[in-house]
Design a protein around this ligand. Structure first.
Ligand SMILES: *[C@@H]1O[C@H](CO)[C@@H](O)[C@H](O)[C@H]1NC(C)=O
Ligand SMILES: *[C@@H]1O[C@H](CO)[C@@H](O)[C@H](O)[C@H]1NC(C)=O
Ligand SMILES: *[C@@H]1O[C@H](CO)[C@@H](O)[C@H](O)[C@H]1NC(C)=O
Ligand SMILES: *[C@@H]1O[C@H](CO)[C@@H](O)[C@H](O)[C@H]1NC(C)=O
Ligand SMILES: *[C@@H]1O[C@H](CO)[C@@H](O)[C@H](O)[C@H]1NC(C)=O
Ligand SMILES: *[C@@H]1O[C@H](CO)[C@@H](O)[C@H](O)[C@H]1NC(C)=O
Length: 331
C-alpha cells in the first residue's frame, strides 16, 4: 500500500513532463521571441530561418544564442543565407545583444539602421560582405562596449566618422573594401582607450595621414589601395610594437633611408608608391615574413643579411635603381 501512490505520482509527473508545456520548460524570453519573429517577417520569412518556429524554444533556434543565466538573446548571427531585404529595425529591440552579425549576404541592402544605437551592450558588430550602402553611422560611437567593429566589403560611402575614436575598448576597426572618401580623421591619433588594429584598405581615402597617428602604437595598419599622399614615416620608429603595415598602392612620398623600423615588424608592404631613398641597413635586423617595396623610386644596394635575400626579385623590382641580390648586381 505504501508504494502505489509514489508510483502514480511518478507516472503522472512523467506524463506531465512529456506534454508540450512551453510555460514551464521554455527558456526563451517571450519578448525576445516576439522580436525575433518580427525580424523573421521583416526578412520575408527566409528558408534560412525555418527553425524560428513559435512552437519551439527560441533559445534552440538557428542563428541565435541565449545567455546561460538570463536566458536573454545575446547573439544574432545571420551568415551566408539566401536573405533579401534590409536589416530590420526590430534588431534594436533585443536589448541584451552582445553580438550582431549579418555576413556574406549579397542581397542584404539599405543602410545601417539607427535602431542599432539602442544596443548598448554590443561587443561585436559585424555587417560585412553584404550590399549595405549609405554612411558609416556616427551613432556607433555610442556603443562603448564595442570591442570589434567590422563593416568591410560593403558599398558604404561618405567619410569615416571622427567620433569612432571615442570607443574605448576596440581591438579592431574594419572599414576596408567600401567606397569611403575624405581624410583619415585626425582623431584616429587620439583613441581614448585601447589602440585598435586599423583596416581601411580598398577605399577612396585622400589627403595626408594625420601626424597624430604617429603618437599611438597601433598593432596593425592596412591603408592599402587608397589615394593617400605625403609622408607616413612617422608610423614607424624604434619604440613601436606594430607587426604588420600595408601601405601599398597609394601616393606616399618620403625618404626611406632614415626610417628606423621597430623590432616587432614582421610584414611590410610598400609597393606602388613614390618612396625615394635607399633601403636602410636596419631591415636586416628584422624577423620579416613578408616584404614588398616594388614599384617605388628606391635606389642603391639592397642590404645583405637577415631575411632580405630570402624574398624573390618581385619584392624589389620596378624601382629607380635598386640593385644587388635578389636583383642584378650593382654596377
Ligand atoms: C534565393 O531565394 C529566391 C527567392 O526565394 C530564389 O528565387 C533563389 O533561387 C534563391 N537563391 C539561391 C541561391 O538559393
Ligand atoms: C539574390 O536575389 C536574387 C533575386 O531575387 C536571387 O536570384 C538570388 O539567388 C539571390 N542570391 C542569394 C545569394 O541570396
Ligand atoms: C551585391 O553585390 C554584388 C557584388 O558586390 C553584386 O554583383 C550584386 O549585383 C549586388 N546585388 C544587389 C542586389 O545589389
Ligand atoms: C558594458 O556596458 C555596461 C553598461 O554600460 C558597463 O557597466 C560595463 O562595464 C561594460 N562592459 C565593458 C566590458 O565595457
Ligand atoms: C624610444 O625610447 C627610448 C627609451 O625610452 C627613448 O630614450 C627614445 O627617445 C625613444 N625614441 C623615440 C624616437 O621616441
Ligand atoms: C610585390 O608587389 C608587386 C606589385 O603588386 C607584385 O607584382 C609582386 O608579385 C609582389 N611580390 C611579392 C613577393 O609579394
Amino acid at each position: 500500500m505504501k508504494k502505489a501512490p509514489n508510483l502514480s505520482i511518478l507516472l503522472l509527473s512523467l506524463l506531465f513532463l512529456s506534454l508540450p508545456s512551453p510555460s514551464v520548460s521554455e527558456r526563451c524570453n517571450p519578448q525576445d521571441k516576439k522580436v525575433l519573429l518580427q525580424i523573421k517577417k521583416a526578412l520575408n520569412n527566409p528558408y534560412h530561418l525555418a527553425s524560428w518556429n513559435p512552437q519551439n524554444d527560441c533559445c534552440d533556434w538557428y542563428c541565435v544564442e541565449c545567455d546561460s543565466t538570463t536566458n536573454r538573446i545575446n547573439a544574432l548571427t545571420i551568415f551566408s543565407g539566401n536573405i533579401s531585404g534590409q536589416i530590420p529595425a526590430a534588431v534594436g529591440d533585443l536589448p541584451y545583444l552582445e553580438t550582431l552579425i549579418f555576413r556574406k549576404l549579397t542581397n542584404l541592402t539599405g543602410t545601417i539602421p539607427p535602431a542599432i544605437a539602442k544596443l548598448s551592450l554590443l561587443k561585436m558588430i559585424r555587417l560585412s560582405w553584404t550590399n549595405l550602402s549609405g554612411p558609416v553611422p556616427t551613432f556607433l560611437s555610442q556603443l562603448k562596449n564595442l570591442t570589434f567593429l567590422d563593416l568591410a566589403f560593403n558599398d558604404l560611402t561618405g567619410e569615416i566618422p571622427a567620433s569612432l575614436s571615442e570607443l574605448p575598448n576596440l581591438d579592431a576597426i574594419h572599414l576596408d573594401r567600401n567606397k569611403l572618401t575624405g581624410k583619415i580623421p585626425d582623431s584616429f591619433g587620439k583613441f581614448s582607450g585601447k589602440v585598435p588594429e586599423l583596416y581601411l584598405s580598398h577605399n577612396m581615402l585622400t589627403g595626408e595621414v594625420p601626424k597624430s597617428l604617429g603618437v599611438l602604437d597601433f598593432p596593425r595598419i592596412d591603408f592599402s589601395r587608397n589615394k593617400l599622399v605625403g609622408d607616413v614615416s612617422f608610423l614607424f620608429g624604434p619604440n613601436k610594437s606594430i607587426q604588420i603595415i600595408d601601405l601599398s598602392r597609394n601616393l606616399f612620398e618620403f625618404d626611406l633611408s632614415k626610417v628606423v623600423f621597430p623590432a616587432s615588424l614582421t610584414s611590410l608592404d610598400l609597393n606602388h608608391n613614390k618612396i625615394t631613398g635607399s633601403l636602410p641597413a636596419g631591415l636586416t635586423a628584422l624577423s620579416l615574413q613578408f616584404l614588398n617595396v616594388s614599384y617605388n623610386r628606391l635606389c642603391g644596394q639592397i642590404p645583405t643579411g637577415g631575411k632580405l635575400q630570402d624574398f624573390d626579385y618581385s619584392s624589389y623590382f620596378h624601382n629607380r635603381c635598386l640593385c644587388g641580390a635578389p636583383l642584378p648586381a650593382c654596377k
